[in-house]
Structure formats: C-alpha cells, structure tokens
Design a protein around this ligand. Structure first.
Ligand SMILES: [Cu+2]
Length: 300
C-alpha cells in the first residue's frame, strides 16, 4: 500500500483515479476490447486491463508512438492525428534522446502495473519478460500467428546474441544508444526523415512487433492502442527492460543517484498520468484510428 501511495503522489493522481480495484469498471474499456475473450491465451487479466483502460493508456500509447513517427505519417494518418490534437514530438523515433524516452516510458508502465499486481504472484510474473526472444516460428508458447513459418532474420538473431552477452551490452556508450539500437533502425537526419541505420542488426523491438502482428486479434501486438492488453507485449518489453537493468549494472550506473535517468522516467510517467490533451483520450465510434496509421507505425 505504501508503494501505491508513493506512486500515486509521484504521478499526481488520486488513488481513486489511479487504481480500480475490481473488474466492474469494464465500462472504461475500449469498445474494441469487448470482443476480447478472457480465455484468449494472450489476454492480460481483467483487473490489469481495467487499470490500463481506466488510465487511457491505450490511447496514450498510440499517441506517444504516433507523435514520434510524425514525419513518416501518410496524409490520412496525419489528418486523423491532427484531428485528435496530437502534435509532432521534436525527438522523432530513432533521433538522439528517443532511446532513453522509449526505455523510460515502458519502464514506467511496467512499474505501475507491477504495483497494481501487488501480491498476486501470477500477475507479477507477467512482467518478467522472455528469458530470450523466441526465434522458432513454432515456439510452443509464442508461435507466429496463423501458423506462420517465416524464418527468423539472421541479422536479428545477431542482435539477440549481442544483447544477451555482457560484452555486447558493454559496447553501448549510453542508455540512449542502447535504447535506440534495440528499438528501431530509423535514424532521421535533418534532410531525410526516412534515413536508416547502416547497421542491419538495429531495431529488434520493431522487428518483433511486426513479426507477431496479428490482424485477427482484438489485442494485436502491432497496434499500440490495444497491445498493452496482450501478454506477448509484456514478454517483449519485460525482456527489454531486464536487458536495460543488466546493461546499467555492467556499466556501474547507480539508479538512486542517476539524475538524468530518474528525470526521464518521471517525465514519461507524468505524461502518461497527467495528460494535457483529454481530446486525444476518447475514441468515438466514428473516430477510430485509420488503418493507415497502424501501417505507418509498423512500417519497417
Ligand atoms: Cu510502445
């Protein structure tokens, strides 16, 4: 309880606003999630879904990624985003600073969800992440959707090896470089918002989101507005987060005294919890994100 109060104070929300304690609040759920069955093996437990829904994290997560791919949006997506009051983020995906923001925002969500899970050990373990990302298309726990059998990209296999080894982790010179390597192969320049890294092993996170995209799932892991309700999302982000922790240990970074690190997490969670743009948080039936947006966000 003490942690919950501390977190609530830190993020400036009341306990009532932050912490639905039962499943009755399904009226907060995104209407698309009404098609989600509790027996879907990838569905997060109802109490955590209610928490995510009540805090509008699906909408915010979509906004977060959209504002950072602003320069790549197709005209339909851009029109929709502007209509919701989204604005271009000055640090675009893959730009300097974006890696730390990416790590910090997802860590902030992980921390609050772990806190929600509290003493429920089965729920807490949903955030442990993979030991290693599954490369086998027929992995017993996380097979590719619809019986897909695309072989795993050898360059992405290399990335996993690098990220699983202490030597590989130590080769990054900052949280931000580590985060950008893992997150995305986009490296926008002044003249070219579509510029890519010359290292073909960058962008494992985006690769895995695309690889596990399932258009038939109401909690498609490729759609930021619903994928927080998918266990696979947290297996991926739990793994990323744990690799970040290990990177920081190897580099001798002290979380307690690292001002930039703490500021990054606090800034990101303040944005997720005290959002200045309420218009962006509700999707009326006629304002659902256009299909082009999900494609723009997934485009490799
Ligand atoms: Cu995300």
């Amino acid at each position: 309880m003490a942690t919950k109060i501390a977190l609530a104070l830190l993020f400036g929300c009341t306990l009532v606003g932050c912490a639905p304690s039962n499943d009755e609040q399904t009226d907060y759920l995104d209407p698309r999630l009404r098609h989600l069955s509790d027996v879907d093996p990838y569905a997060m437990p109802p109490d955590l879904r209610a928490f995510i829904a009540r805090n509008k994290w699906g909408a915010l997560h979509l906004e977060w990624h959209t504002e950072r791919r602003w320069d790549l949006l197709s005209p339909d997506s851009l029109r929709w985003a502007q209509g919701k009051g989204y604005v271009r983020n000055k640090v675009q995906e893959g730009g300097i600073g974006n890696g730390l923001q990416f790590l910090a925002m997802h860590r902030g969500m992980l921390g609050m969800l772990r806190d929600q899970a509290g003493a429920n050990q089965a729920e807490v373990h949903l955030f442990d992440g993979w030991a290693v990302p599954p490369e086998d298309p027929h992995d017993p726990t996380d097979p590719l959707p619809s019986g897909g059998d695309d072989p795993f990209d050898p360059k992405m296999h290399e990335a996993i090896q690098k990220l699983m080894s202490d030597e590989g982790l130590k080769s990054f010179d900052s949280d931000d470089t580590f985060g950008r390597y893992l997150e995305t192969n986009m490296r926008p320049t002044k003249g070219n918002p579509r510029a890519r890294s010359t290292d073909p092993s960058t962008g494992l996170h985006n690769y895995l989101h695309v690889r596990f995209t399932d258009d038939n799932s109401p909690i498609n892991v490729g759609d930021p507005s619903v994928n927080l309700n998918n266990k696979l999302f947290w297996r991926l982000h739990g793994w990323i987060d744990a690799r970040w922790t290990h990177y920081r240990e190897l580099k001798g970074k002290n979380d307690a005294t690292d001002v930039a690190f703490n500021k990054a997490i606090k800034d990101q969670m303040n944005w997720m919890m005290r959002h200045p743009n309420p218009r962006a948080l509700e999707f009326a039936p006629n304002e659902q994100p256009p299909q082009s947006l999900i494609q723009d966000l997934l485009a490799p």
